[in-house]
Structure formats: structure tokens, C-alpha cells
Design a protein around this ligand. Structure first.
Ligand code: FMN
Length: 159
């Protein structure tokens, strides 16, 4: 079986989403999956050129916006509207239910935009509530193990 290649993109303001991404990388990287993590700083739509499997790991700020380091990537996707039909992705969305109206909107915004551009989401979005008293990295590690299994099943079906 060929190893899956996965790129995790971390959108973060105070480091939580990056920590979560690194824990997920440590969990999934191995003989069956080649995983790399990139913080979104400086990235633009080009990161999706060539397609592949991506995991967006993003927190939420402002009025339900993507964090500052994700803005360039988000806005370049909006402006250039590339065809992302060769992209499959998952989303880990970090937020806080105190912000009831905009809960986890950073990750949800990426989901909406990527799917508008033709990318295919694998599985449901993982939502984490910073007020819940749970550790996002623990929830994300458990979620990611199921998610990568789904990715493998879909890749097998497509082959
Ligand atoms: C100023 C500020 C604004 C925030 N706005 C939102 C929001 O609109 N919606 C939401 O779900 N969470 C919001 N959050 C919660 C963060 O997204 C959450 O704490 C997240 O885990 C932070 O991750 P990070 O360290 O990767 O940036 C906000 C947090 C702060 C400090």
C-alpha cells in the first residue's frame, strides 16, 4: 500500500492550532502516511497547486474570522478562485462557545471556501470549544485517527 501524503496547514494566533497540528502529525506520521505541518504565515493559494490531501487546522478571531496568519491564504483563494477539484481535505476548527454567533467560524469559513472551489471534504469538521475544559490536542489526535482511516477508504475506492 502506498503511503498517504498529508499536509497540515495551521492557522493560529496564540499557538494552540499549531500545537494541535504538531500532535496530529506525530500521531499520523509513519510507514503508512507522510505528514508535514506548515503554519499558514506567508502561504497563498499556490499551496494547493497539484492537489493532494490537506488538513486545515484553524482557530477563530474577530467577528468569526480566520486568524491573522491565515488571512493571506484565505483572501488569495477568494480572489483567484483556483479549481481545487484535485484537493481532498479535513478541518479541525478551534473556537469558544462564549462566541455563540461565530463559534468555530475560522475553520468553517475555510470549509465553505474550499468546497465552493471544488475540493472534497473527507469526514465531518472537528469542532473544539475552548470553554469545554477539554484539551484540543487530545480530541484532535483521536479524531484524526478515524479521519485518516476514512481518507484511506476513499483513496482505495477511487483507485
Ligand atoms: C480576541 C479573541 C477573539 C475570539 N473570537 C472567537 C470567535 O469569534 N469565535 C470562536 O469560536 N472563538 C473565538 N475565539 C477563541 C479562539 O479561537 C480559541 O481560544 C482558540 O483555541 C485559539 O487558538 P489559537 O491559539 O490557535 O489562536 C477568540 C479568542 C480571542 C482571544
Amino acid at each position: 500500500m502506498q503511503a498517504i501524503r498529508l499536509t497540515i496547514l495551521a492557522g493560529t494566533m496564540t499557538g494552540t492550532a499549531h500545537l494541535v497540528a504538531q500532535e496530529v502529525e506525530l500521531t499520523l506520521d509513519g510507514p503508512d502516511a507522510q505528514v508535514s505541518t506548515r503554519v499558514m504565515d506567508g502561504l497563498d493559494a499556490e499551496v494547493f497547486a497539484g492537489g493532494g490531501l490537506f488538513l486545515i487546522c484553524s482557530s477563530t478571531y474577530g467577528q468569526g474570522d480566520v486568524p491573522d496568519n491565515a488571512r493571506k491564504l484565505y483572501e488569495s483563494l477568494q480572489a483567484l478562485r483556483p479549481d481545487l477539484s484535485a484537493v481532498s481535505y479535513g478541518v479541525i476548527a478551534l473556537g469558544d462557545r462564549t462566541y455563540a454567533e461565530t463559534f468555530c467560524n475560522g475553520g468553517r469559513r475555510f470549509d465553505a471556501l474550499l468546497s465552493e472551489l471544488g475540493a472534497k471534504r473527507v469526514g465531518e469538521i472537528m469542532l473544539h470549544d475552548a470553554s469545554a475544559g477539554t484539551m484540543p490536542e487530545e480530541i484532535a489526535v483521536a479524531w484524526s485517527e478515524n479521519w485518516i482511516t476514512l481518507c484511506r477508504e476513499q483513496a482505495r475506492q477511487a483507485a
